[in-house]
Design a protein around this ligand. Structure first.
Ligand code: ATP
Length: 313
């Protein structure tokens, strides 16, 4: 059985609590992330994926619930030393590397920021060498160290974002739509780089994406979010072959495929939450419908899904 690295337990992240504009961005989600895996998190814009990532990494104080990293609580009161420890182990890569890189700083100093904060270099020449090595690791070279972010293409800037995250030698990286802003031809390169780095360094990823097309190639398991809730969680192949929640089915029906026969017959399925027809107080929760395949459903829906499975088998 794989070891758990991060445990997210009934995590809630509400904004503007008690005000008219209160948003329940994340509203009680529970899942584990195993060491060395890539967990994809998908769902349409505004469903709470980024907030989930930011809350896990403690960019926000959680409204409720828990995040455990190697069994230790991430939220709550922490001394400076413990905070630094979490900050080093967990890093984040953002969708728009241009906005997340300080444009007035040279690449050398951008990448070395974490090295400096955590005192990882012995001296100035060690610091320089570490940055050069990191640039090489992400497919750039040492000449790039003296340049500014605006001198790079979108794909190269994302490589800088990755180098900056790697600088502190983390175990866990949250990649928040790291390829959405890139040209399709560049997307695969960045995904491949992330995959290679994972193999080399044994990294664990939470990979956030708004659609189900690219996430398939990088994820071991995929979680689907809808309005602050997790509605389905399954191994990637299983989710594509056998989507059970009507919202997942709708997301999948939106992916165009290069096969013209499939395209001719593809019909976009809209998701209408009213299909569930839940009664007040009904116990709706994530239930394991088949091994490792969890669906947010009522007891009645659970029985129906199991019946469907039995018929298929
Ligand atoms: N700091 C904040 N203050 C108030 N509301 C917020 C804040 N951050 C996010 N929200 C709201 O929380 C909800 C979830 O946002 P979030 O960015 O997590 O969604 P997302 O699924 O990542 O979307 P996207 O793909 O567009 O980034 C949205 O309604 C958003 O407007």
């Amino acid at each position: 059985m794989a070891e758990k690295l991060v445990e997210i337990k009934n995590l809630k992240q509400h904004f503007n609590v008690g005000k008219a504009n209160e948003v329940k961005a994340v509203d009680g989600i529970t899942f584990d992330i195993y060491k060395g895996e890539t967990l994809g998190l998908v769902g349409e814009s505004g469903c709470g994926k980024s907030t989930t990532g930011r809350s896990i990494i403690r960019l926000y104080d959680a409204t409720d619930g828990q995040v455990l990293y190697e069994g230790e609580s991430v939220h709550g009161k922490k001394n400076k030393k413990d905070l630094k420890k979490f900050n080093r182990k967990m890093q984040m890569i953002f969708q728009d590397p241009y906005a997340s890189l300080n444009q007035r700083m040279k690449v050398m100093d951008i990448i070395a920021e974490g090295i400096d904060i955590h005192g990882l270099a012995k001296d100035a020449s060690d610091r320089k060498k570490m940055v050069y090595d990191l640039l090489e690791t992400v497919g750039l070279n040492k000449e790039h160290a003296n340049r500014y972010p605006h001198e790079f293409s979108g794909g190269q800037r994302q490589r800088l974002g990755i180098a900056r995250a790697l600088a502190v030698d983390p175990d866990f990286i949250i990649a928040d739509e790291p390829i959405s802003a890139l040209d399709v031809s560049i997307q695969a390169q960045v995904v491949n780089l992330l995959k290679e780095l994972q193999e080399e360094k044994g990294l664990t990823y939470l990979f956030i994406a708004h659609d189900l097309s690219m996430v398939k190639y990088i994820s071991d398991r995929i979680g689907v979010m809808y309005f602050g809730k997790l509605v389905e969680l399954a191994p990637a192949d299983e989710l594509y072959a056998n989507p059970m929640h009507p919202y997942t089915q709708s997301l999948l029906s939106a992916i165009p495929l290069p096969d013209p026969n499939y395209e001719r017959n593809r019909t976009r399925k809209a998701y209408d939450p009213a299909v569930h027809n839940y009664t007040d107080g009904e116990d709706v929760k994530m239930r394991e419908v088949s091994p490792n395949h969890f669906v947010d459903c009522s007891e009645k829906e659970f029985a129906e899904l199991q019946e469907c499975l039995a018929v298929k088998e």
